[in-house]
Design a protein around this ligand. Sequence first.
Ligand SMILES: Nc1ncnc2c1ncn2[C@@H]1O[C@H](COP(=O)(O)OP(=O)(O)OP(=O)(O)O)[C@@H](O)[C@H]1O
Ligand SMILES: CCCC(=O)O
Length: 355
Amino acid sequence: MHRILAINPGSTSTKITIYEDEQLQYKNSIKHPAEELQKFPHVYDQFSYRKQTILDAIADSPYTLDQMDAIVGRGGMLKPIEGGTYTVNNAMIEYMKQAPRGEHASNLGCVIAKDLAAQINVPAYIVDPVAVDEMDDIARYTGMPQIKRQSLFHALNQKAVALKASDDLGIPYQKARLIVAHLGGGISVGVHKNGRVIDVNNALDGDGPMSPERSGSVPLGPLYKMAFSGDYTLAEIKRMNYGNGGLLAYLGTNDGFTISKRIEAGDEEAKFLVEVMCYQIAKEIGSCATVLEGQIDAIVLTGGLAKDPFIVEEISKRVRFLGTILLFPGEDEMEALTYGALRVLRGLELPKTYL
Ligand SMILES: Nc1ncnc2c1ncn2[C@@H]1O[C@H](COP(=O)(O)OP(=O)(O)OP(=O)(O)O)[C@@H](O)[C@H]1O
Ligand SMILES: CCCC(=O)O
């Protein structure tokens, strides 16, 4: 039996779980009040604070740290790397200190995992970080030689549900042709072909469909006029893209439950804007279908918004003609982290080395 502590630092909380093999034994979502996190200029500076909250939570659990066989953290904005389970090493930690690709709460996953694992002399891993990059070269190009498309997406959940979908279809993931749409606070739609995500929208940087709180793609001309108008700071424009964009910008909330209740109560504006978001998601799926030249084993809808039947139907009615639609509502990043570590601990996969 393998006992695994998984750590998933998010923007407002740090989730931890303890599994014994596939069995969840303990979970805790440690909330971090905004006033606490605001004290730290950079995500990396939250290391000691978040680590201590995790140690406090473990002290309140039925377990002690030294009972763990491995510690796995969510991986962050690392250099572009292929998917899989990686042993946490110093190169990773140094990269996260500098964070040249940006600050994301998950940057701390590897740092905390390594520190705690070193205390008890067990391995530390990360699994399928947001920086997973398996894109075909042709997908990287834009019409501006100065700008290349980047692969930054919900790799952990996308890969986990793609494995489950392949299993359900009876096809090995290494041979499957899937379009996976992760519908969360951010939205990413990835083309999975023969075990690799060969194209995907950058969910963090104004690429793809709008989401509950992100703008997705917008026309460039009006954007650069706005950027140079002198009316906005760079930080304000960034917030319009990430954090305050999408449904939140129109409706004042990014909460799918609230929006769904508003629609049920007859709010036509809310209904129309959700239709707009679903239209954009369906268009993105349609463009992914061309990448697979129409040979699609399944379209997979996952993430929190895939729990909403209205949203599922709005997307499905436009993409049904492409083939089978499989639903994996919600996400289980803790399970995905744990299973990634388990595959390595059981010798089913070799851990990869981050260079
Ligand atoms: N049953 C549901 N009905 C409607 N909306 C829902 C439901 N469950 C979750 N949502 C909405 O789905 C969205 C994403 O929530 P979720 O907690 O899955 O994602 P997140 O972790 O915040 O974001 P991300 O998936 O991008 O990491 C939120 O707007 C949430 O309110
Ligand atoms: C890029 C995927 C992770 C996120 O949406 O924060």
